[in-house]
Design a protein around this ligand. Structure first.
Ligand code: PMP
Length: 393
Protein backbone atom coordinates (compact mmCIF):
# COMPACT_ATOMS: atom_id res chain seq x y z
CA UNK A 1 0.00 0.00 0.00
CA UNK A 2 2.58 2.54 1.05
CA UNK A 3 4.51 2.14 -2.18
CA UNK A 4 1.49 3.64 -3.96
CA UNK A 5 2.27 7.01 -2.37
CA UNK A 6 3.44 9.84 -4.54
CA UNK A 7 6.43 11.95 -3.46
CA UNK A 8 5.26 15.23 -1.92
CA UNK A 9 6.75 18.48 -3.12
CA UNK A 10 9.23 19.55 -0.41
CA UNK A 11 8.54 22.77 1.47
CA UNK A 12 10.78 25.38 -0.16
CA UNK A 13 11.53 27.22 3.09
CA UNK A 14 12.51 24.02 4.90
CA UNK A 15 14.73 23.11 1.94
CA UNK A 16 16.43 26.47 2.24
CA UNK A 17 17.22 25.72 5.91
CA UNK A 18 18.97 22.50 4.88
CA UNK A 19 20.91 24.28 2.16
CA UNK A 20 21.99 26.96 4.63
CA UNK A 21 23.17 24.36 7.14
CA UNK A 22 25.26 22.64 4.48
CA UNK A 23 26.95 25.91 3.39
CA UNK A 24 30.47 26.01 4.90
CA UNK A 25 31.22 29.65 4.08
CA UNK A 26 32.18 31.96 6.96
CA UNK A 27 29.77 34.82 7.55
CA UNK A 28 26.78 33.21 5.80
CA UNK A 29 23.49 34.97 6.60
CA UNK A 30 20.13 33.22 7.01
CA UNK A 31 17.18 35.45 6.13
CA UNK A 32 14.92 32.52 5.26
CA UNK A 33 12.83 30.87 7.92
CA UNK A 34 10.16 32.97 9.69
CA UNK A 35 11.44 32.79 13.24
CA UNK A 36 12.50 35.77 15.37
CA UNK A 37 16.20 35.79 16.22
CA UNK A 38 17.90 38.25 18.54
CA UNK A 39 21.09 40.06 17.47
CA UNK A 40 23.10 37.02 18.64
CA UNK A 41 21.10 34.78 16.31
CA UNK A 42 19.19 33.10 19.15
CA UNK A 43 15.42 32.55 19.29
CA UNK A 44 15.03 33.24 23.00
CA UNK A 45 12.55 31.82 25.48
CA UNK A 46 10.89 34.98 26.75
CA UNK A 47 11.38 35.87 30.42
CA UNK A 48 7.68 35.75 31.25
CA UNK A 49 7.35 32.39 29.50
CA UNK A 50 10.08 30.91 31.72
CA UNK A 51 8.43 32.39 34.80
CA UNK A 52 5.01 31.06 33.78
CA UNK A 53 6.43 27.60 33.13
CA UNK A 54 8.04 27.61 36.57
CA UNK A 55 4.73 28.59 38.12
CA UNK A 56 2.87 25.88 36.20
CA UNK A 57 5.46 23.31 37.26
CA UNK A 58 4.99 24.34 40.88
CA UNK A 59 1.23 24.40 40.95
CA UNK A 60 -0.10 21.98 38.34
CA UNK A 61 -1.63 18.95 39.96
CA UNK A 62 -2.94 17.04 36.97
CA UNK A 63 -2.31 16.44 33.31
CA UNK A 64 -5.83 15.13 32.71
CA UNK A 65 -7.52 16.19 29.47
CA UNK A 66 -8.66 19.78 29.03
CA UNK A 67 -11.94 20.70 27.32
CA UNK A 68 -12.34 19.79 23.65
CA UNK A 69 -12.32 23.47 22.79
CA UNK A 70 -9.46 24.15 25.23
CA UNK A 71 -9.48 25.87 28.61
CA UNK A 72 -11.92 28.78 29.01
CA UNK A 73 -9.19 30.81 30.80
CA UNK A 74 -7.02 30.68 27.68
CA UNK A 75 -9.85 31.39 25.27
CA UNK A 76 -11.14 34.31 27.34
CA UNK A 77 -7.68 35.82 27.84
CA UNK A 78 -6.96 35.55 24.11
CA UNK A 79 -10.36 37.03 23.23
CA UNK A 80 -9.48 40.07 25.35
CA UNK A 81 -6.00 40.35 23.88
CA UNK A 82 -7.18 40.12 20.27
CA UNK A 83 -10.59 41.80 20.43
CA UNK A 84 -10.44 43.90 23.61
CA UNK A 85 -14.22 44.47 23.70
CA UNK A 86 -15.42 40.90 23.53
CA UNK A 87 -18.93 40.36 22.13
CA UNK A 88 -19.35 37.38 24.45
CA UNK A 89 -22.86 36.45 23.31
CA UNK A 90 -21.71 36.18 19.67
CA UNK A 91 -18.21 34.77 20.00
CA UNK A 92 -17.25 31.09 19.70
CA UNK A 93 -13.64 30.09 20.32
CA UNK A 94 -11.43 27.06 19.92
CA UNK A 95 -7.92 26.32 21.12
CA UNK A 96 -5.97 24.88 18.20
CA UNK A 97 -2.64 23.37 17.26
CA UNK A 98 -0.86 26.64 16.48
CA UNK A 99 -2.08 29.32 14.11
CA UNK A 100 -1.90 26.78 11.30
CA UNK A 101 -4.41 24.60 13.15
CA UNK A 102 -6.67 27.62 13.56
CA UNK A 103 -6.57 28.33 9.83
CA UNK A 104 -7.23 24.70 8.99
CA UNK A 105 -10.18 24.54 11.39
CA UNK A 106 -11.51 27.86 10.06
CA UNK A 107 -11.51 26.50 6.53
CA UNK A 108 -13.11 23.24 7.71
CA UNK A 109 -15.80 25.24 9.52
CA UNK A 110 -16.44 27.37 6.45
CA UNK A 111 -16.81 24.25 4.33
CA UNK A 112 -19.23 22.69 6.84
CA UNK A 113 -21.32 25.87 6.87
CA UNK A 114 -21.16 26.57 3.15
CA UNK A 115 -19.82 23.71 1.01
CA UNK A 116 -19.89 25.95 -2.06
CA UNK A 117 -17.65 28.67 -0.61
CA UNK A 118 -14.72 30.01 -2.60
CA UNK A 119 -11.77 31.39 -0.64
CA UNK A 120 -10.18 34.64 -1.81
CA UNK A 121 -6.48 34.89 -0.91
CA UNK A 122 -3.92 37.62 -1.43
CA UNK A 123 -1.34 37.24 -4.17
CA UNK A 124 1.13 36.51 -2.71
CA UNK A 125 0.28 34.90 0.60
CA UNK A 126 1.88 32.55 3.14
CA UNK A 127 2.44 29.45 0.97
CA UNK A 128 0.85 27.16 3.54
CA UNK A 129 -2.52 28.87 2.99
CA UNK A 130 -2.45 27.68 -0.60
CA UNK A 131 -1.09 24.28 0.26
CA UNK A 132 -3.83 23.60 2.86
CA UNK A 133 -6.59 24.73 0.51
CA UNK A 134 -5.26 22.59 -2.32
CA UNK A 135 -5.02 19.61 0.00
CA UNK A 136 -8.60 20.15 1.17
CA UNK A 137 -9.82 20.61 -2.39
CA UNK A 138 -11.29 24.02 -1.54
CA UNK A 139 -11.88 26.30 -4.50
CA UNK A 140 -9.85 29.48 -4.17
CA UNK A 141 -8.94 32.53 -6.22
CA UNK A 142 -6.21 35.09 -5.66
CA UNK A 143 -6.79 38.80 -5.25
CA UNK A 144 -4.21 41.39 -6.25
CA UNK A 145 -2.15 42.58 -3.31
CA UNK A 146 1.46 43.51 -3.96
CA UNK A 147 2.38 46.44 -6.17
CA UNK A 148 5.74 45.41 -7.68
CA UNK A 149 6.52 49.04 -8.51
CA UNK A 150 6.00 50.67 -5.10
CA UNK A 151 6.41 47.48 -3.03
CA UNK A 152 3.26 48.64 -1.27
CA UNK A 153 -0.32 47.38 -1.58
CA UNK A 154 -2.11 47.49 -4.94
CA UNK A 155 -5.23 48.71 -3.21
CA UNK A 156 -7.31 49.40 -6.33
CA UNK A 157 -6.56 45.87 -7.55
CA UNK A 158 -7.39 44.42 -4.14
CA UNK A 159 -10.73 46.23 -3.95
CA UNK A 160 -11.77 45.24 -7.46
CA UNK A 161 -10.88 41.59 -6.83
CA UNK A 162 -12.42 41.09 -3.40
CA UNK A 163 -15.61 42.77 -4.61
CA UNK A 164 -16.10 39.60 -6.67
CA UNK A 165 -16.51 37.51 -3.50
CA UNK A 166 -20.17 36.65 -3.04
CA UNK A 167 -22.31 36.02 0.02
CA UNK A 168 -20.82 33.19 2.08
CA UNK A 169 -17.46 33.23 0.28
CA UNK A 170 -14.37 33.64 2.44
CA UNK A 171 -11.89 36.50 2.11
CA UNK A 172 -8.61 35.61 3.81
CA UNK A 173 -6.83 38.73 5.10
CA UNK A 174 -3.61 39.13 7.08
CA UNK A 175 -4.56 41.14 10.16
CA UNK A 176 -1.14 42.80 10.30
CA UNK A 177 2.47 42.23 9.19
CA UNK A 178 1.60 40.64 5.84
CA UNK A 179 3.62 37.52 5.09
CA UNK A 180 5.54 37.45 2.76
CA UNK A 181 5.50 41.09 1.61
CA UNK A 182 5.57 43.25 4.76
CA UNK A 183 3.19 45.66 2.96
CA UNK A 184 0.02 46.45 4.88
CA UNK A 185 -3.28 48.27 4.55
CA UNK A 186 -3.86 51.57 6.32
CA UNK A 187 -6.79 51.81 8.70
CA UNK A 188 -8.72 53.85 6.12
CA UNK A 189 -8.17 51.07 3.59
CA UNK A 190 -9.33 48.47 6.11
CA UNK A 191 -12.54 50.49 6.51
CA UNK A 192 -13.06 50.31 2.76
CA UNK A 193 -12.49 46.56 2.82
CA UNK A 194 -15.06 46.25 5.62
CA UNK A 195 -17.56 48.23 3.55
CA UNK A 196 -17.07 45.91 0.56
CA UNK A 197 -17.61 42.83 2.73
CA UNK A 198 -20.60 44.43 4.41
CA UNK A 199 -22.09 45.00 1.00
CA UNK A 200 -21.45 41.51 -0.39
CA UNK A 201 -21.94 39.33 2.67
CA UNK A 202 -18.56 37.66 2.11
CA UNK A 203 -16.96 36.51 5.36
CA UNK A 204 -13.51 37.74 6.43
CA UNK A 205 -11.06 35.16 7.71
CA UNK A 206 -8.36 37.15 9.46
CA UNK A 207 -5.00 35.48 9.97
CA UNK A 208 -3.37 37.23 12.93
CA UNK A 209 0.02 35.59 13.35
CA UNK A 210 2.14 38.61 14.32
CA UNK A 211 0.18 40.74 16.81
CA UNK A 212 2.81 42.92 18.52
CA UNK A 213 5.43 42.58 15.78
CA UNK A 214 4.29 45.53 13.65
CA UNK A 215 3.15 48.78 15.28
CA UNK A 216 2.32 47.43 18.75
CA UNK A 217 -0.04 44.99 20.47
CA UNK A 218 -3.08 47.28 20.29
CA UNK A 219 -2.27 48.83 16.91
CA UNK A 220 -1.76 45.44 15.24
CA UNK A 221 -5.18 44.26 16.41
CA UNK A 222 -6.99 47.46 15.40
CA UNK A 223 -8.12 46.24 11.98
CA UNK A 224 -9.34 42.92 13.39
CA UNK A 225 -11.26 44.76 16.13
CA UNK A 226 -12.84 47.13 13.66
CA UNK A 227 -13.96 44.24 11.43
CA UNK A 228 -15.35 42.37 14.45
CA UNK A 229 -17.23 45.46 15.61
CA UNK A 230 -18.65 46.23 12.21
CA UNK A 231 -19.49 42.96 10.46
CA UNK A 232 -22.10 40.42 11.47
CA UNK A 233 -19.80 37.46 10.92
CA UNK A 234 -16.03 36.92 10.94
CA UNK A 235 -13.47 34.19 11.49
CA UNK A 236 -10.19 35.05 13.23
CA UNK A 237 -7.22 32.67 13.41
CA UNK A 238 -4.57 33.87 15.84
CA UNK A 239 -1.16 32.39 16.63
CA UNK A 240 0.89 32.72 19.83
CA UNK A 241 3.99 31.29 18.17
CA UNK A 242 5.70 34.60 17.43
CA UNK A 243 4.48 37.05 20.04
CA UNK A 244 5.03 34.63 22.92
CA UNK A 245 8.00 32.94 21.21
CA UNK A 246 6.46 29.51 21.85
CA UNK A 247 6.68 28.19 18.31
CA UNK A 248 7.07 24.53 19.18
CA UNK A 249 4.33 24.50 21.80
CA UNK A 250 1.77 24.80 18.99
CA UNK A 251 -0.54 27.41 20.49
CA UNK A 252 -3.26 29.06 18.47
CA UNK A 253 -6.92 29.97 18.60
CA UNK A 254 -9.86 30.25 16.27
CA UNK A 255 -12.62 32.76 16.93
CA UNK A 256 -15.91 32.66 15.08
CA UNK A 257 -18.04 35.74 15.39
CA UNK A 258 -21.67 34.81 14.73
CA UNK A 259 -24.70 36.90 13.89
CA UNK A 260 -26.50 35.95 17.09
CA UNK A 261 -26.27 33.72 20.14
CA UNK A 262 -28.02 30.75 18.53
CA UNK A 263 -25.55 30.80 15.62
CA UNK A 264 -22.69 31.23 18.10
CA UNK A 265 -23.80 28.03 19.88
CA UNK A 266 -23.96 26.16 16.58
CA UNK A 267 -20.48 27.38 15.66
CA UNK A 268 -19.10 26.46 19.09
CA UNK A 269 -20.48 22.93 18.79
CA UNK A 270 -19.11 22.46 15.27
CA UNK A 271 -15.70 23.81 16.27
CA UNK A 272 -15.37 21.37 19.18
CA UNK A 273 -16.52 18.63 16.78
CA UNK A 274 -13.73 19.58 14.35
CA UNK A 275 -11.10 19.32 17.09
CA UNK A 276 -12.53 15.93 18.01
CA UNK A 277 -12.28 14.66 14.44
CA UNK A 278 -8.76 15.88 13.89
CA UNK A 279 -6.83 15.40 17.12
CA UNK A 280 -9.40 15.38 19.89
CA UNK A 281 -8.10 17.65 22.66
CA UNK A 282 -5.89 20.61 21.75
CA UNK A 283 -2.41 20.93 23.32
CA UNK A 284 -2.48 22.65 26.70
CA UNK A 285 1.04 23.61 27.78
CA UNK A 286 1.46 26.63 25.52
CA UNK A 287 -2.12 27.75 26.12
CA UNK A 288 -1.52 27.56 29.87
CA UNK A 289 1.66 29.62 29.56
CA UNK A 290 -0.30 32.27 27.66
CA UNK A 291 -3.21 32.40 30.09
CA UNK A 292 -0.82 32.47 33.07
CA UNK A 293 0.99 35.46 31.57
CA UNK A 294 -2.09 37.35 30.45
CA UNK A 295 -3.89 36.95 33.78
CA UNK A 296 -1.00 38.14 35.95
CA UNK A 297 -0.28 41.86 35.91
CA UNK A 298 3.47 41.67 36.45
CA UNK A 299 4.07 38.74 34.06
CA UNK A 300 1.98 40.47 31.45
CA UNK A 301 3.88 43.74 31.84
CA UNK A 302 7.23 41.97 31.54
CA UNK A 303 6.07 40.00 28.48
CA UNK A 304 4.72 43.15 26.81
CA UNK A 305 8.00 44.97 27.54
CA UNK A 306 10.09 42.17 26.02
CA UNK A 307 7.79 42.03 23.00
CA UNK A 308 8.32 45.76 22.58
CA UNK A 309 12.09 45.23 22.70
CA UNK A 310 11.77 42.62 19.95
CA UNK A 311 9.61 44.94 17.85
CA UNK A 312 12.00 47.82 18.43
CA UNK A 313 14.98 45.69 17.36
CA UNK A 314 13.26 44.83 14.08
CA UNK A 315 12.25 48.43 13.42
CA UNK A 316 15.82 49.56 14.11
CA UNK A 317 17.16 47.03 11.60
CA UNK A 318 14.60 48.17 9.04
CA UNK A 319 15.61 51.79 9.28
CA UNK A 320 19.32 50.94 9.29
CA UNK A 321 18.92 48.81 6.14
CA UNK A 322 16.81 51.45 4.38
CA UNK A 323 19.35 54.14 5.23
CA UNK A 324 22.39 52.06 4.14
CA UNK A 325 20.63 51.37 0.86
CA UNK A 326 19.76 55.05 0.42
CA UNK A 327 23.45 55.90 0.76
CA UNK A 328 24.70 53.11 -1.49
CA UNK A 329 22.09 53.52 -4.23
CA UNK A 330 21.95 57.31 -4.02
CA UNK A 331 18.17 56.99 -4.24
CA UNK A 332 15.10 56.45 -2.07
CA UNK A 333 13.96 53.38 -3.95
CA UNK A 334 14.54 51.11 -0.94
CA UNK A 335 12.65 53.30 1.53
CA UNK A 336 9.77 50.82 1.39
CA UNK A 337 11.82 48.61 3.76
CA UNK A 338 11.32 51.23 6.46
CA UNK A 339 7.59 51.43 5.70
CA UNK A 340 7.01 47.66 5.77
CA UNK A 341 6.03 46.08 9.07
CA UNK A 342 6.57 42.73 10.75
CA UNK A 343 9.32 40.23 10.33
CA UNK A 344 9.35 40.20 6.54
CA UNK A 345 9.93 42.41 3.54
CA UNK A 346 9.64 41.40 -0.07
CA UNK A 347 12.54 43.05 -1.87
CA UNK A 348 11.00 42.67 -5.31
CA UNK A 349 14.15 40.99 -6.71
CA UNK A 350 14.16 38.43 -9.52
CA UNK A 351 14.86 34.74 -8.76
CA UNK A 352 18.22 35.20 -10.51
CA UNK A 353 19.14 38.06 -8.19
CA UNK A 354 18.09 36.01 -5.17
CA UNK A 355 20.30 33.16 -6.46
CA UNK A 356 23.18 35.59 -6.92
CA UNK A 357 22.89 36.77 -3.30
CA UNK A 358 23.23 33.14 -2.29
CA UNK A 359 26.10 32.21 -4.61
CA UNK A 360 28.14 35.41 -4.32
CA UNK A 361 27.44 36.57 -0.77
CA UNK A 362 26.13 33.46 1.09
CA UNK A 363 22.92 35.36 1.87
CA UNK A 364 19.88 33.10 1.98
CA UNK A 365 16.34 34.38 1.45
CA UNK A 366 13.16 32.82 0.09
CA UNK A 367 13.04 32.62 -3.73
CA UNK A 368 10.34 35.28 -4.02
CA UNK A 369 12.86 37.68 -2.36
CA UNK A 370 11.21 37.62 1.07
CA UNK A 371 13.79 38.43 3.68
CA UNK A 372 13.46 37.93 7.41
CA UNK A 373 14.53 41.21 8.98
CA UNK A 374 15.13 39.42 12.30
CA UNK A 375 17.86 37.33 10.66
CA UNK A 376 20.00 40.49 10.55
CA UNK A 377 21.99 42.38 13.16
CA UNK A 378 23.74 45.77 13.11
CA UNK A 379 26.89 44.21 11.66
CA UNK A 380 25.25 42.19 8.90
CA UNK A 381 22.96 44.98 7.65
CA UNK A 382 25.81 46.75 5.76
CA UNK A 383 26.89 43.39 4.28
CA UNK A 384 23.37 42.77 2.98
CA UNK A 385 23.03 46.31 1.66
CA UNK A 386 26.30 46.01 -0.30
CA UNK A 387 25.26 42.59 -1.67
CA UNK A 388 21.84 43.92 -2.76
CA UNK A 389 23.51 46.66 -4.78
CA UNK A 390 26.13 44.26 -6.17
CA UNK A 391 23.39 41.86 -7.27
CA UNK A 392 21.87 44.70 -9.31
CA UNK A 393 18.60 44.79 -7.35
N1 PMP B 1 -0.10 32.60 9.34
C1 PMP B 1 1.00 33.19 8.89
C2 PMP B 1 0.87 34.32 7.93
C3 PMP B 1 2.24 32.75 9.32
O1 PMP B 1 3.34 33.37 8.85
C4 PMP B 1 2.33 31.69 10.23
C5 PMP B 1 3.66 31.19 10.72
N2 PMP B 1 4.65 31.08 9.81
C6 PMP B 1 1.14 31.09 10.68
C7 PMP B 1 -0.05 31.59 10.21
C8 PMP B 1 1.07 29.94 11.61
O2 PMP B 1 1.90 29.87 12.65
P1 PMP B 1 1.95 28.68 13.67
O3 PMP B 1 1.17 27.52 13.15
O4 PMP B 1 3.39 28.36 13.81
O5 PMP B 1 1.34 29.21 14.94
Amino acid sequence: MLSNLQPQAPDSILMLIEEFKADTRQGKIDLGVGVYKDPQGVTPVMRAVKAAERRIWDTQTTKAYTGLAGEPEYRNAMARMVLKDVPGDRLASLATVGGTGAIRQALELARLANPGATVFVSNPTWPNHLSIMKFMGLPFVEYRYFDAETRGVDFDGLKADIARAGKGDIVLLHGCCHNPTGANLTMEQWEEVAAILEQSGAIPLIDLAYQGFGDGLEEDAAATRMIAARLPEALIAASCSKNFGIYRERTGILFALAENTAARDLAQGSMAFLNRQNYSFPPDHGARIVSTILSDESLRADWAAELEEIRGTMLGLRSQLASELRDLSGSDRFDFIGRHRGMFSRLGATPEQVAKLKSDAAIYMVGDSRLNIAGLNRDTVPVLARAIIDAGI
